[in-house]
Design a protein around this ligand. Structure first.
Ligand code: CMC
Length: 441
């Protein structure tokens, strides 16, 4: 940047950061961009053009990949807000579809907007009938997340009329379809794995009730939705709805940046979510608690988690952004007590989890590294109490996060400065060398 341009920028109130290359003595100025809250970012878009250097940041620990107005996290104090509303308020005072509307449209709906949105989602819950054959192509013992990846990707082959990403109407219909059909796909993935017939959606039920009915009803009996369970599912969906630029959301944005259709992008997000460091952690927490088995064995596992030569980690603990208690985990812990109490379930796993949490929070290793329970630590216990098999835990997360993915995808597509995502690398392989013919290798 020229000195003149910088002086003009400073006069207009802009701030700059100067990078000094001590090997050549050259100086480069980069603008500082302020957010509405939170730390400023250094705009390095012209770094390569002016200096010939790239930045190096594997895992993107210091890199902002986009501008967004949807979700704000302050990890130091443990704050999560969607469109300016605190997650605790949303979890207590709204329902999931209101949060979906908020994430997609930027504002909470009024009564009429809410009714219209609910009507649209409710009337998009059915799947094209041929999709049932698609399910039957999977092995019976397929993990439901594998089915989710396949079936959601396949939606683009069934709904051609909403795959033009440049048409706002197509984007809106695709968004509604994804939010509406995800519970149907998730419930059918479960039904398929246990050999029960698919339950069709019921338009007289709300989103959470309908999801439960498609999961747990059978044609031979009447099914009455337990309000305690539908409240718990509603809250769980809200708590997982969005979380700014996490691995799966970044995957959706990256896939979408090439112009791919939204169904394909969301399928990519589901794949990314599946891993145990991300959405798969809720399943991994229960597997871990099962393995620990008794509180007397906690010290042994804490010791393993601290051992740098052992790759065991305390699942449900730690977070890239939260260096304080995850606000979602607090709500989830409270919800966990409520559900178990109302269902009259005494689960020794909850006591084990609470004991593990207490010991870890007092341990110097965890204190120093600011490792606190995250959202996944208690969600598995609730889901288990509600009758979900462990393999469905991450599926529930995917159903909830779909709205976050789609809102972030939509925001990206509607951003005029959007470009295809294309990181650079630090190459450490061979320099050019002579080709060796096969008979000489
Ligand atoms: N148990 C033991 N040690 C841990 C843990 C843990 N769960 N998490 C982090 N550490 C240690 C890690 O070994 C490292 O120690 P040192 O500085 O001595 O090398 C330090 O803490 C920093 O860890 P990191 O791996 O550099 O941190 P990260 O930001 O790359 O990883 C994480 C974040 C969530 C992947 C990690 O904390 C983890 O693997 N947690 C367990 C899996 C889990 O619960 N994931 C769910 C995340 S929340 C829901 C979601 O986003 O999907």
């Amino acid at each position: 940047m020229s000195d003149k341009a910088k002086a003009a920028g400073q006069a207009a109130g802009n701030e700059y950061v100067t990078l000094v290359d001590h090997s050549t003595g050259r100086k480069f100025d980069f603008p500082l961009m302020p957010g509405s809250v939170g730390p400023k970012v250094i705009d390095v878009r012209k770094l390569y053009g002016t200096s010939g250097y790239f930045t190096y940041d594997p895992g993107y620990t210091s890199t902002g990949s986009c501008e967004s107005k949807i979700t704000y996290i302050d990890g130091e104090v443990g704050v999560l807000m969607h469109r300016g509303y605190k997650i605790e308020d949303l979890a207590e005072k709204t329902d999931f579809l209101e949060v979906c509307y908020l994430l997609l449209q930027g504002e909470l709906p009024n009564a009429q907007q809410k009714a219209e949105f609910e009507h649209s989602i409710t009337h998009h819950t059915m799947l094209h009938d041929q999709i049932t054959y698609f399910f039957r192509g999977f092995r019976r013992d397929a993990h439901p997340m594998a089915i989710m990846v396949g079936v959601v990707g396949a939606l683009s082959a069934f709904y051609h009329d909403s795959t033009d990403i440049n048409d706002p109407q197509h984007r809106m219909i695709a968004s509604h379809r994804l939010i509406a059909k995800m519970p149907t796909i998730a419930a059918w993935a479960y039904k398929y794995s246990i050999g029960q017939p698919f339950q069709y959606p019921r338009n007289n039920l709300n989103y959470a009730e309908n999801f439960l009915q498609m999961l747990f009803a059978v044609p031979a009996e009447d099914y009455k939705v337990d309000p305690v369970l539908s409240k718990a599912i509603n809250r769980l969906l809200i708590l997982h709805a969005d979380h700014e630029q996490n691995a799966s959301t970044s995957t959706v944005r990256l896939a979408g940046s090439s112009g791919a259709n939204p169904f394909a992008c969301i399928s990519a997000g589901i794949s990314s979510l599946w891993g145990p460091s991300h959405g798969g952690a809720n399943e991994a927490v229960l597997t871990m608690l099962d393995e620990i088995g008794h509180k007397d064995r906690i010290p042994e596992f804490i010791k393993r988690a601290k051992d740098p030569d052992d790759n065991f980690r305390l699942m449900g603990f730690g977070h890239r952004v939260y260096k304080n208690y995850d606000p979602r985990a607090k709500v989830m812990q409270q919800s966990c007590h409520e559900v178990l109490e109302r269902l009259g379930i005494h689960d020794p796993m909850l006591e084990l989890a609470m004991q593990l949490e207490k010991i870890a929070l007092e341990d110097d290793y965890f204190v120093k590294r600011k490792l606190f329970p995250n959202v996944d630590f208690y969600s598995g216990i609730i889901l288990k109490a509600m009758g979900f098999p462990t393999s469905m835990f991450t599926v529930l997360f995917a159903v909830a996060r779909t709205v976050g993915w789609i809102a972030q995808w939509k925001e990206m597509i509607e951003d005029p400065s959007q470009k295809i995502g294309r990181p650079r690398q630090l190459y450490t392989g061979y320099d050019e060398r002579p080709f060796v013919p096969l008979d000489k290798r």
